[in-house]
Design a protein around this ligand. Structure first.
Ligand SMILES: [Fe+2]
Length: 309
């Protein structure tokens, strides 16, 4: 026999009391959200007949997830971060805000304040034995005209699939730069070809994915924030062609229009011209921004980040 009490007036009033509706202090929006969480949690417990053991296992999971700083990874892995993109796309479409480079998830590993340079930058500190990569392209406006003075803020993993700041063995801001586009809207970065990466194998995100029968791997990719006065902020990534996980990304970040074609160049003379021995890679990628309909559209989201600027 299924016993349900969550819809009774008594329990609904109890949840309202717990969510602070009985006082005039606090934050009304926050109260509304907490009430909904309590109501939906109760409904889920009843509908799926969650046992006490399952409930307390979930509480323990939240504690462990938080202590491992993996909440950002879990929301990516469960597709919630991608859902936010799809929802924003749908809202944009309704408002006629279409065109330009697609958005995709930021992920949890951005660090504000990377070194800023004009036109070009070297991103790697020379210690990673990875293949040298020459990444370049233009930032364009909605009409396809080059945008000078746009900021290309980019970050990517090393060949072990880890990011500076979070991986303390890398130098400060390694593989993180901000590049201001030149008069032709161009940016140029020299770096190393990043590797894809997986969730920490013994972490709490992988623990959930194992229960779902899913892997926790991402293809090699490069993250970008693109911004320019009068234009809508763009958060996106390019995922690199040829990667086994390109269309099997545990975080669902790969999207049409966001594939970076990597060309490996074996020509010794071309390598020598760049001061290199042997093979190197080239990736060309242009970004197109929408016009900002309001000044707030020029800003990135205010989500908490490492070293918030
Ligand atoms: Fe990433």
């Amino acid at each position: 026999m299924t016993v349900t009490i969550s819809q009774t007036a008594e329990i609904q009033n109890f949840f309202k009391e717990a969510a602070g509706f009985g006082n005039d202090q606090g934050n009304p929006r926050f109260k509304q959200i907490v009430l909904r969480i309590l109501q939906d949690t109760a409904k889920l417990i009843e509908d799926l007949q969650i046992s006490d053991d399952e409930f307390w296992k979930a509480v323990d999971y939240l504690n462990r997830m938080g202590s491992g700083q993996e909440a950002g990874l879990l929301v990516a892995g469960l597709g919630v971060e991608h859902f936010l993109d799809l929802l924003q796309d749908a809202k944009d479409e309704q408002l006629g805000l279409t065109g330009g480079t697609p958005r995709t998830i930021e992920g949890p590993l951005y660090v504000a304040g990377a070194p800023l340079s004009e036109g070009e930058a070297r991103m790697d500190d020379g210690t990673d034995p990875g293949t040298q990569m020459f990444l370049h392209g233009r930032v364009l406006d909605a009409a396809g005209q080059p945008l000078a003075g746009a900021v290309v803020d980019l970050w990517h993993a090393n060949t072990n699939g880890t990011y500076s700041y979070f991986d303390g063995s890398q130098s400060e801001y390694n593989l993180r730069r901000r590049i201001v586009t030149d008069a032709e809207g161009r940016y140029r970065a020299r770096s190393i070809v990043p590797s894809g990466y997986g969730c920490p194998p013994s972490g709490t995100t992988q623990e959930v994915l194992n229960q779902l029968g899913r892997h926790g791997q991402r293809p090699a990719h490069i993250h970008f924030f693109i911004s320019a006065p009068g234009h809508r902020h763009l958060t996106t990534q390019i995922n690199l062609s040829g990667d086994k996980y390109l269309w099997d990304d545990f975080a669902y970040a790969t999207r049409d229009g966001l594939i970076g074609e990597v060309k490996f160049i074996e020509d010794a003379a071309a390598a020598q011209a760049r001061g290199l021995n042997g093979r190197f890679a080239e990736v060309e990628f242009d970004f197109q921004l929408q016009q900002a309909k309001a000044p707030t559209a020029e800003q990135r989201s205010q989500r908490p980040r490492a070293l918030q600027a």
